[in-house]
Design a protein around this ligand. Sequence first.
Ligand code: PMV
Length: 344
Amino acid sequence: MPWKNISWESPSNIAVIKYWGKYGNQLPMNPSLSMTLSNSVTRLHLYYRPAQRKPSFAFRFAGKEKPEFGQRIRDYLKRLETELPFLPGLDIRIDTENTFPHSAGIASSASSMSALALALADLERMFRPKNPEEEFLPGASRLARLASGSACRSVYPGWVEWGYDPAVQGSSDEYAVPLNHRVHPRYQTLFDAVLIVDPGRKKISSSAGHLAMNTHPFRDARIEQARENMGNLLKSLQRNHRKSFRTITESEALTLHALMMSARSGFSLLHPRTLLIMEKIRQKREQNGWDMCFTLDAGPNVHLLYPEHERAQVKAFIHDELAGFCEEGQWIDDVTGRGPVKLA
Ligand code: PMV
C-alpha cells in the first residue's frame, strides 16, 4: 500500500499572560493570552497507510531519529486512541523540522505539537468527513492542548486566548479562541526579538513547574492575579493603552519566574545575563521614551516586544548593547504571525 501524506507548518507563540499550573487532563489553572509568531515554525509531514501487519511508528527530527521525542509522540498517540479509533489501524511515519536553530532555547513544543495536532485533525476529517468545518480549528486546538498546553494557542494567528474567562466570549479550558479582531491595529503587528541568552536544555521541565503549582504557597493569589491581569491587558490591547500593556506584560514575566523561585522546592531558570538585559531594556526605555518591553518564557532568553515604528532603533540597540549578552550574539527576529499553513 502506498503512503499518503498530510503536511502542516505551525508557528510557536509567546504568552504575555502566562499559563502556569494545570489540573485534570491538561486544563489550565488560569487563563492565558499569547501572540502567535511568524518565523519560529515547525514543518511536519505525517505519512500514513493501513497497517501492514503490526502497526508501525517512526519519528524523525531534521532527518534524524530522536528516540526521546519520538517516545513522547508515540505515548501521545496511544492516549488518543479512544477518541481517534482509526489510529491503531495505521502505520505512521512523522518527519519534522524547525526553522529556528534546534539549540536556540526556543520552546519548540508549541510549534511541533500544534503542527502534529493539525495533521491529526486533518486525518480525522478524512476518516469522519461529517464533522462541520467550523469545528476543525477548535478540535485541533483541543488535540494540541492534550500534547502541550501552550500548543493549543498556536492554531490561530495573532492574539489568542486559552482558558475560561467571563470577559472572553466562547472561551474554554478545553481549547483556545482567536482574539485578534478585538485588538487595536497597532498591536496586530508587534515584533519579538528573541535574545538567546542560553541555548541549552532547560534544567527543569515545564511539566515539573506546572506540578509545583499544585502545592505552591501563592497558588490562589496567582490564579486571582492572572484573571485580573487578563481583564486589564485585554483592555490595553483594545484601547491601545501602551503603558499598562508594558507594565502588565513585564509583571507577568517576572511573576512566572518568581513563582518558580518561591515554589516549595524552589528553582530558577534565569541567567545573570537575563537580568542585565532586562535592566538595559528598562533603562533605554526611560531615557528615550520608547515603547518596547520584555517578556520571558520558562527559560533564560528574553523576548523583546516592540512596535513596527521602533524597528530601526531597536535593531540598532540590540546590535550595539544587547547582542553582547547573547550566546554568540544570537537573536531571532520575529513578528506576529498569520498562523498555521497546510502544506499538503
Ligand atoms: O505548554 P507547556 O506545558 O510547555 O507550558 C509552557 C508555559 C509557559 O510557556 C511558561 C507560559 C505560556 O503560557 O506559554
